[in-house]
Ligand binder design. Structure first.
Ligand SMILES: NC(=O)c1ccc[n+]([C@@H]2O[C@H](COP(=O)([O-])OP(=O)(O)OC[C@H]3O[C@@H](n4cnc5c(N)ncnc54)[C@H](O)[C@@H]3O)[C@@H](O)[C@H]2O)c1
Length: 252
């Protein structure tokens, strides 16, 4: 999902920082981009690593206009009574604390930036009462359809994705007057390496829950469909949209 989003951002003309704990994968992504970019190896569970990622981005490009915080782990499956405590901490560490740390350092940087209107003509003739004066930055966090309901056998993942929505809404309110928007997407099954791993972990009788038949549209999503939504939420086409979560779930 992160790769597809970097590709879409580059198509739209953005320079990109491709950050991942898997440096090789990030390099492959960078090789797909037509605009300037850098790779940063980051572990989103570590503050020093996330801070260094933001420092590297600003050193190369001067500011951070948009961020998609989508590092994640699917976790291992078990009901709560059988779920190891360490596994809860690990999943929450990547999916929830990771998003929180990324926001912490991205927002600190964005607060130092001047607001920008990327398409002034679009907003020039709007009445003064609602005239849009630009944004310092716009951030999208990856929650999940599992952030909106129960997820049997995966309580840690479910908790982490509910947490992402709480963090998103809180950050959005805290920084609304600073011209920083924070939103989230809630995808259902999307064809990525995570989904492949997740399906392997499911007992055969539950695999249908990640398949086409589970989704009213009769298929799962392509990561490019998430990328499109992320780029729209990040852009200043929707400046009144903050603290939102966009469910992109084929109707489920
Ligand atoms: N694929 C789906 O069906 C689906 C559905 C709903 C939500 N999501 C969420 O969307 C996001 C993207 O998922 P995806 O399907 O692209 O997963 P993916 O496993 O294909 O990609 C996740 C990326 O996160 C990186 N990563 C993992 N731990 C990290 C860490 N500690 N620091 C930095 N990078 C780390 C991995 O190296 C990987 O490149 C995740 O947050 C996931 O929970 C996925």
């Amino acid at each position: 999902m992160g790769r597809a989003t970097a590709v879409r951002f580059a198509e739209l003309g953005y320079s990109c920082v491709v950050a991942d704990i898997d440096e090789q994968s990030a390099k492959e992504t960078l090789g797909m981009l037509q605009t300037p970019g850098i790779v940063v190896q980051v572990d989103v569970t570590m503050a020093t690593s996330v801070e260094a990622m933001v420092t590297a981005a600003v050193k190369r490009f001067g500011r951070i206009d948009c961020a998609f915080n989508c590092a994640g782990t699917e976790g291992n499956l078990a009901k709560i009574a059988d779920h190891p405590e360490e596994e809860f901490d690990r999943v929450m560490g990547v999916n929830a604390k990771g998003v929180w740390l990324c926001l912490k350092y991205e927002i600190a940087q964005m607060l130092q930036q001047e607001p920008v209107v990327s398409d002034p003509a679009r907003w020039a003739d709007k009445p003064d009462v609602c005239r849009f004066r630009g944004q310092r930055g716009s951030i999208v966090n990856a929650s999940s359809r599992a952030g909106l309901g129960p997820m049997p056998n995966n309580s840690a993942y479910c908790a982490s994705k509910w947490a992402v929505l709480g963090i998103t809404e809180t950050a959005a309110v805290e920084y609304a007057k600073d011209g920083i928007r924070v939103n989230a997407i809630c995808p259902a099954a999307t064809a990525t390496p995570m989904l492949d791993r997740f399906k392997e972990k499911l007992p055969p009788d539950l695999r249908g829950s990640t398949g086409p038949g589970f989704h009213p549209v009769g298929r799962i999503a392509a990561p490019e469909e998430m990328a499109e939504a992320v780029c729209w939420l990040c852009s200043d086409a929707c400046p009144f949209t903050t603290g939102e979560h966009l469910k992109i779930s084929g109707g489920v």
